[in-house]
Design a protein around this ligand. Structure first.
Ligand SMILES: [Zn+2]
Length: 770
């Protein structure tokens, strides 16, 4: 196929949604593009993935490590599929390409031990024999082993190398510690992009069920490429000369810290580069989807880069499902997993989440240096795997075990039991759990606009810190919580919400602001903290007091004041939102606040006070009535404090604010157990309720990595699930123990039960009748 003809087919243009059109067009540098393509919402192409894909027990086999790399000659497909079965899996993610291809291909560097073998065929045969579904991994721009001697023998791959402004190859990908360091590749050039499509065609000619791409929009895998193709195509798309990007020329890993960009670097040109690169990702994914769906197979992607401000907007809607990157800490895993689930749910996509890890030092194994060395064949599993599996399920995601390589070699004492337990439990509860939905009292909304602050070299704390911190406070308060990305705020979703929290959601689009304003006016309860809405949907500072000025009753006067030590919040008046904090009470405050003035009838409930200078820095907590609804604004971030120090009064304060915003509606569940025990409430498609109780207790060294510690059992955990109006409680079951809750009784509208011994997880099922 000729190199440049394949890209000419139109791939985008599936229709635009007015709200996102406005935001995306605003986000583009002005006056640069002569003909910007319309933002797409990525409607379905009509393909329907097999129903079983929505509820699989998946196992991942890594292809960057033994038994495939560096040597593949001893690879045994039968042993691999045995491992999948041993783990209780029914679907395998196999990796036919890593640094090299393990099947005959025209388009990718071949493994020199391949001979006449085709590992896709070998694995497919064994999978079919064992009744195991199979889909295959392809990388999307990851670094590759392109050693000088290999390039000498295979000169056509010279065109894959990332090029600096002078045309010289640059960029090493130092993550994996094999014999040579992988080279970064030109992901934006025609040659590699053509190869990607060819790989998809070749994979799909095999007897397997689907394809997986790792990882679209992940620009940290590469850098700006100045090869001839890229120079020409960039100019064509943006009208700019690529030399404007010289200052970024040898800075691979572009996503990293925008505050570290060179002071004189051309940010307008960088924004144009991302707009162009995203357009290429869009063309790639839509073309790949066409190839894959055209052959009757499903498509999955890694979504680790989906929630980056410079990624392709809404790219997670293109494939049939995606893999949510794992987290180490349980509360972080819950928040990240719930966010992923919220992106998948409206389109009934699949959200998978790692169970275990694919590279141990990522989880803190003593690294002996800086290498992110693979250790996929590492030793035995234990309690952590159980906890991760139940946590993934509680989010509504399907676990994917990583990695089968560990079990393949029978190293250490080995153990497949924890993964088996998770998968067996998953199978057992399918009628209750599949397609169940969360039942939040408060929903946390990370905004796409907050991610756009990079355009001004600024860092937003909305997602990685404040939203997750608020989640932890709610878990500790036993307030039912969910996470929903701002890209998925629909009228239907809003109608089901009691309380929404925007935690340092710096950028809020006009579209989202209008939605939220209407929802509060109709009776919703909104919490906003710190710089929420100080910036617009494209990350530009607003001069009009903020996107939510009327709703919050707060006019923002500018960017946050400089940090001062020893700042506290001093309560000005008694108010139900403050719980038992009466006028005169002093609570922990934020050292950094946004300067504001109140608007209309809004009331200052507390002021920000600097102890050292005895200075009142401004209002700290403001309450406002808006239409039939309520709003509370906090000018700092109490939640960010909470994740750092766990102070009880801060948690209680955040809890009472959320309950006040919920108009005093009763909590969907109650839980009496030591802190660290988290509850997640879900409703099954036929209306029953299930409370997932995760006992994250006795595991305190998480920050030092995967320590294989044991969790401590908790005795006599009392739970109560509120019986929905018009329903009657039929009975309660402890699903993991497989026994009826002996102490089941009904009291004041709640169904009560005791979990006699809670170790890691239990799911309390409340059967209802009308
Ligand atoms: Zn290039």
């Amino acid at each position: 196929m000729r190199r440049r003809t394949f890209l000419q087919g139109t791939a985008g243009g599936l229709g635009a949604w007015a709200g996102w059109r406005e935001d995306l067009l605003n986000a583009r540098p002005s006056g640069v593009f002569t003909n910007p393509p319309p933002p797409a919402t990525f409607a379905s192409d009509g393909y329907k993935p097999p129903e079983w894909l929505h509820y699989t027990q998946a196992v991942y086999f890594d292809g960057y490590s033994p038994p495939l790399y560096p040597h593949m000659k001893d690879f045994d497909a039968r042993r691999l599929v045995e491992v999948v079965t041993e783990l209780g899996g029914n679907m395998l993610r196999f990796q036919p390409i890593g640094y090299r291809a393990y099947y005959p291909t025209q388009s990718f560097p071949l493994h020199d031990e391949l001979g006449s073998r085709d590992l896709i065929d070998e694995v497919a045969r064994e999978c079919r024999g064992a009744g195991v579904h199979l889909y295959c991994y392809a990388n999307y721009g990851m670094g590759l082993m392109l050693e000088p001697e290999f390039l000498k023998a295979n000169p056509r791959f010279n065109d894959w190398l990332l090029r600096d402004p002078d045309g010289k190859p640059y960029g090493l990908y130092s993550h994996y510690g094999w014999m040579t360091t992988p080279r970064m590749i030109c992901l934006t050039g025609d040659v590699y992009r053509s190869a990607l499509r060819q790989v998809a065609r070749e994979f799909c000619a095999h007897d397997m069920d689907g394809m997986y791409f790792d990882s679209p929009s992940e620009f940290t895998y590469t850098g700006i490429c100045f090869c001839a193709d890229c120079r020409r195509n960039f100019k064509k798309f943006t009208g700019m000369d690529m030399d404007r990007l010289r200052d970024f020329g040898t800075r691979p890993g572009l996503n990293s810290n925008p505050a570290s960009f060179p002071p004189d670097a051309d940010m307008e040109a960088l924004q144009a580069w991302y707009a162009w690169a995203d357009q290429l990702v869009q063309e790639d994914l839509l073309d790949l989807r066409k190839i894959i769906h055209g052959s009757g197979k499903f498509m999955m992607c890694h979504n680790g880069a989906t929630w980056h401000g410079n990624s392709l907007l809404l790219q997670y809607r293109i494939p049939d499902g995606f893999m949510v990157e794992a987290s180490r800490e349980v509360h972080d895993r819950l928040m990240t997993g719930m966010k992923g689930a919220s992106m998948a749910r409206p389109y009934r996509k699949v959200a998978q989440m790692y169970l275990g890890s694919y590279a141990i030092s990522w989880f803190g194994e003593p690294p002996h240096g800086s290498h992110w060395t693979t250790h996929n064949t590492n030793l035995e599993d234990g309690d952590e795997i159980l906890m991760e599996g139940f946590t993934n399920l509680a989010c509504g995601n399907t676990p994917i075990y990583a990695t089968a390589n560990r079990v393949y070699f029978k190293i250490g004492s080995g153990s497949t039991q924890p993964a088996r337990d998770v998968f067996e439990f998953m199978r057992r509860i399918e009628p209750i759990h599949k397609d169940s939905v969360p039942m939040p009292y408060v929903s946390l909304v990370p905004t796409w606009g907050a991610l756009q602050l990079w355009r001004n070299r600024q860092v937003s704390y909305n997602w990685p810190v404040m939203t997750q911190a608020m989640g932890l406070a709610m878990l500790d308060e036993r307030i039912s919580v969910d996470v929903n990305a701002s890209t998925e705020i629909s009228e239907e979703w809003l109608a089901g919400q009691k309380v929404i929290a925007l935690c340092g959601a710096s950028g809020v689009s006009e579209h989202n602001a209008a939605q939220l304003t209407g929802w509060v006016a109709a009776g919703g309860g909104l919490l906003a903290t710190y710089d929420t809405g100080l910036y617009n949907g494209s990350g530009q500072l607003r001069k009009d007091g903020g996107a939510l000025k009327q709703v919050l009753g707060v006019e923002m006067k500018g960017t946050p004041l400089g940090s001062q030590p020893e700042c506290y919040y001093r309560v000005k008046e008694n108010h139900p939102a403050l719980g038992n904090h009466a006028a005169g009470a002093i609570v922990e405050g934020d050292n950094q606040i946004v300067p504001i003035a109140t608007v209309g009838d809004a009331t200052v409930l507390a002021e920000a006070w600097s102890m050292g200078s005895d200075e009142v820095r401004g209002p700290a907590i403001v309450a406002n009535q808006y239409g039939k609804g309520r709003a509370i604004y906090i000018s700092g971030s109490l939640e960010a404090n909470y994740v750092g120090d766990g102070v009880k009064s801060v948690r209680r304060l955040l809890g009472s604010i959320v309950q006040y915003l919920g108009g005093g509606a009763p909590q969907p569940f109650r839980l009496k157990a030591p802190r660290g025990v988290y509850g997640v409430l879900r409703r099954s498609p036929h209306g029953d309720l299930a409370l997932w109780v995760l006992a994250n207790v006795g595991f305190k060294d998480a920050a030092s990595g995967r320590m294989r510690q044991e969790y401590v059992p908790v005795n006599g955990v009392e739970v109560a699930i509120r019986i929905p109006d018009g329903k009657e409680a039929k009975g309660m079951m402890l699903l993991r123990a497989g026994v009826p809750a002996a102490s089941f009784r009904v009291e004041d509208g709640y169904a009560l039960a005791t979990i006699p011994r809670l170790h890691i997880a239990e799911v309390v099922h409340l059967a209802l009748r009308t």
